[in-house]
Design a protein around this ligand. Structure first.
Ligand SMILES: Cc1cc2nc3c(=O)[nH]c(=O)nc-3n(C[C@H](O)[C@H](O)[C@H](O)COP(=O)(O)O)c2cc1C
Length: 198
């Protein structure tokens, strides 16, 4: 991976039966691959074992010795290796799904001093309530949230053949990816120069 290519993890946050999340996640990953600045991995939370019951220890205190189940190792390794994240989230009851919160809470250093962008979908608000909550939560984990985001109100914005019908969407995605790439490079350089004091 050259210095201008950043490892991007696209997290598909919903795990519900019949979910729409993988459609959005695949489209986002396709935009990111086409952008050219990222080595892209899709992490679909439905493919990972993420118990709701956390250990006694705090991940912020335990660091690398935080006792995660062995089956969580691939998820942790993917998050560890990321320079940047895009969280693909629906809105459930004016917030984001419990599956995504569980994945977030099992980790700590994996998020720190890294940029996170959000692509949301849902009813009329396009998942904006979910993103407002995520911005707040990710700040607690020392992540840097990206201002621009994509929000798809599924009752108004049609998707056809795995893509949003709105032709402007790819342009908005590029702007978000440009901002994410800038932050990914700046923060990777900073992390490599001086370990982040999380
Ligand atoms: C339990 C539940 C709660 C929901 N609550 C909201 C909501 O508060 N606001 C909204 O805009 N859409 C809401 N929706 C609609 C979802 O955002 C929409 O169905 C979306 O496709 C769900 O993502 P998924 O298909 O990936 O699971 C809700 C859906 C579910 C299943």
């Amino acid at each position: 991976m050259d210095i201008n290519t950043h490892k991007l993890v696209v997290v598909v946050g919903s795990v519900r039966e019949g979910r729409f999340g993988p459609v959005v996640g695949s489209w986002v990953a396709e935009q990111a691959r086409g952008h050219g600045g990222f080595d892209v991995e899709v992490v679909d939370l439905a493919e990972h074992d993420i118990p709701l019951a956390l250990p006694d220890a705090y991940p912020s205190v335990a660091g690398a010795s935080y006792p995660r189940p062995a089956s969580m190792a691939p998820l942790t390794a993917a998050l560890d290796g990321a320079d940047a994240f895009i969280m693909v989230t629906p809105e459930y009851n004016r917030s984001y799904p419990a599956s995504l919160k569980a994945a977030i809470d099992w980790h700590y250093t994996q998020w720190a001093a890294k940029p996170v962008a959000f692509v949301s979908y849902g009813g009329g608000a396009g998942g904006r309530h979910a993103v407002l909550h995520l911005e707040n939560v990710m700040g607690e984990l020392h992540a840097v949230t990206i201002r621009d985001g994509l929000a798809f109100p599924l009752n108004r914005v049609a998707w056809e053949d795995g893509r949003p019908a709105d032709p402007e969407s790819a342009g908005y995605a590029k702007k978000l990816l440009d901002q994410l790439s800038w932050w990914a490079g700046a923060l990777r350089t900073a992390r490599e120069a001086v370990p982040y004091p999380a």
